[in-house]
Design a binder for this molecule. Structure first.
Ligand code: ZN
Length: 117
């Protein structure tokens, strides 16, 4: 398959998966943001709760796996802003993120007060 055709197939697959996990819309389920360039699949219960899910090194592999598995539960479409906010709200952020957020020169936003030590 030619490169252009492969690219179109990957875009179609991504749109299909994001729409499914966007509850029928190609948009973030939290805020409704709809620019596909900033949308991705979020693991609802965090990346530490993905038993049975093989590791994928490319998003396109992950999208194909979701389709092949019949769209398993536990995923949702979020925009990158909502992904980051959720990470902090649910303590999914890394130690590095926490240090960055608590650095006096980089105070966290009002939505993340629990991170201030
Ligand atoms: Zn959002």
């Amino acid at each position: 398959m030619q490169a252009v055709a492969m690219h179109k197939l990957r875009v179609r697959t991504k749109d299909q998966v994001l729409t499914h996990y966007g509850n029928g819309k190609l948009a973030c389920v939290r805020c409704g943001f709809g620019d596909v360039r900033a949308l991705s699949i979020d693991h609802i219960h965090g990346k530490n709760n993905m038993e049975g899910r093989p590791r994928h090194y490319a998003a396109s592999q992950f999208y194909r796996w979701l389709i092949s598995e019949g769209y398993p539960a536990g995923y949702q479409t979020l925009c990158m802003n909502c992904q980051w906010i959720k990470r902090f709200e649910q303590g999914e952020h890394s130690r590095k993120d926490q240090l960055f957020a608590t650095d006096p020169g980089n105070r966290p936003a009002e939505s993340c007060p629990k991170l201030i030590i």
